[in-house]
Design a protein around this ligand. Structure first.
Ligand code: PHE
Length: 452
């Protein structure tokens, strides 16, 4: 058992860990999920509530996950079991494992679309229009299944060989290029007619659209995008050395994640309004933006087409390559949770665990490939309810079972002057009261509205 621990336990450097955690966080949640949610929830006011959720709930919970992971050096189920007795602690971990399996199942289908579009762009710009249309048909179950399976095989391959090197290296090169491509495309979109209308919607909040369902969506999106509530970052924290500053790392990961989501929205929302000028309907009769799971995949390829020939191919193909890689560093962390659980708690070998769980997830993913309407349903259940609920249980556990003083003793490693900062006064109040109460409030009012 110690063997795999060292194998997955060695983040090569402090930066390596931050990049790996950021690699988990930055993914389809930022570039597919966030713009879709912004469009669905009326623009800038969603962004504001989202930012608040990330900072006052996401960041404190992320620090908690890292601390629990590093202190126990275990998978989520083992970690909670080690720190507390009774039925509740392992339940939190098992909940995370289940959410991981379910989220990965639909995530893979969207990742498959992304991967497919790498070829779609190449086909389109090299004149293979038929083939590019085939790839662009997101409702084609058979095609979806092929790309989904390919994506899963790549994930399993990386998980079975050691993770740290692959993830560290991939993210180190990928993240800056992704940011650069996003920025270049944003600049390009801003030169096109209509983009300023999109920018206005994106940046000027309209508070009349704020309601409980918007807050519910923003909280779920924050958990999903920051990879929280199911133990993915807890597991990454379990490979962390004592000399790393957890608070600083969590802050970097949160900022990177929020920053990239913001850039993605800055691209997609104005691009929707540009599309409107070329005759595409983007709003319903009430003036609400259309937002479906396929939104990003409708808007972006059109943008690349408008760039024409060489640039269209260059940006189109490289954008989808980068997005596929960003998705891959997230699917790895999603699969790592159930895999590390099987290895640690049931003494299954890493290879068997990866292939076993991977196979099960693949089966679900193929079913979803043929029924893409399920994506929305599963995202609501597992991203918006499952993850915040996991976060709620985690905070409750930390406050009442493990105690925040013990957590702070863990956090002090690598953050020697912690006691001279405001951190020990603020963070415990957040994880003990503010975060769990806010999450509970959002979940309960949503449930109440649903059954009323
Ligand atoms: N944060 C990832 C994304 O935004 C998805 C994810 C969720 C990864 C939960 C791990 C755990 O794409």
């Amino acid at each position: 058992m110690s063997e795999h621990r060292t194998e997955r336990g060695n983040w090569n450097s402090k930066l390596g860990f931050v990049l790996a955690a950021a690699g988990s966080a930055v993914g389809l949640g930022n570039i597919w999920g966030f713009p879709t949610q912004v469009a669905e929830n009326g623009g800038a006011s969603f962004i504001l509530i989202y930012l608040i959720c990330c900072l006052i709930v996401g960041l404190p919970v992320m620090i908690a996950e890292f601390a629990i992971g590093r202190n126990t050096r275990r998978n989520p189920v083992g970690a909670f079991k080690k720190l507390g007795n009774g039925w509740f602690p392992p339940l939190i971990g098992l909940w995370g494992v289940m959410c991981g399996v379910m989220i990965l199942s639909f995530y893979l289908v969207v990742a498959g679309w992304t991967f497919g579009f790498v070829f779609g762009e190449i086909f389109y710009f090299t004149g293979l229009t038929g083939a590019s249309e085939w790839v662009a048909d997101l409702g084609n179950g058979f095609k979806n299944a092929i790309f989904t399976i390919l994506f899963m095989i790549a994930t399993i391959a990386i998980i079975t060989g050691g993770v740290s090197n692959g993830i560290e290296r991939a993210t180190k090169t990928m993240m800056p290029i992704l940011i650069a491509v996003l920025i270049i495309m944003i600049v390009y979109v801003f030169t096109l007619r209509g983009s300023m209308d999109g920018l206005r919607l994106y940046l000027l909040p309209d508070f009349s659209v704020v309601n409980t369902s918007l807050v519910f969506a923003a909280l779920g999106q924050a958990f999903f995008s920051l990879s929280l509530g199911m133990g993915a970052l807890l597991t990454y924290g379990s490979y962390l050395k004592k000399n790393q500053n957890i608070v600083e790392s969590a802050t970097y990961v949160t900022l990177a994640d929020v920053g990239i989501a913001f850039l993605a929205g800055l691209l997609i929302i104005p691009a929707m309004f540009v599309a409107q000028y070329s005759g595409i309907t983007i709003m319903d009769e009430d003036g609400r933006l259309f937002a479906s799971t396929t939104l990003v995949f409708d808007v972006l390829p059109n943008l690349f087409k408008s760039m024409g020939g060489f640039f269209g191919l260059l940006f189109g193909a490289s954008f989808f390559v980068l997005l596929s890689m960003a998705a891959l560093t997230s699917t790895i962390s999603l699969l790592e949770v159930p895999v590390s659980y099987l290895i640690d708690e049931h003494q299954v070998s890493r290879k068997k665990a990866s292939i076993g769980i991977g196979g099960l997830v693949m089966l679900f993913a193929v079913i979803i490939s043929f029924n893409i309407n399920l994506i929305d349903v599963l995202a609501t259940i597992f991203n918006n309810v499952g993850l915040p609920l996991g976060g709620l249980m985690l905070c409750t556990f930390l406050a009442w079972f493990w105690k925040s003083e013990k957590a702070m003793d863990e956090i002090r490693h690598g953050f020697e002057d912690m006691d001279n900062t405001l951190f020990p006064k603020i963070w415990p109040v957040f994880v003990t009261y503010i975060c769990p109460l806010l999450i509970a409030l959002v979940l309960i009012t949503t449930l109440y509205n649903l059954i009323r």
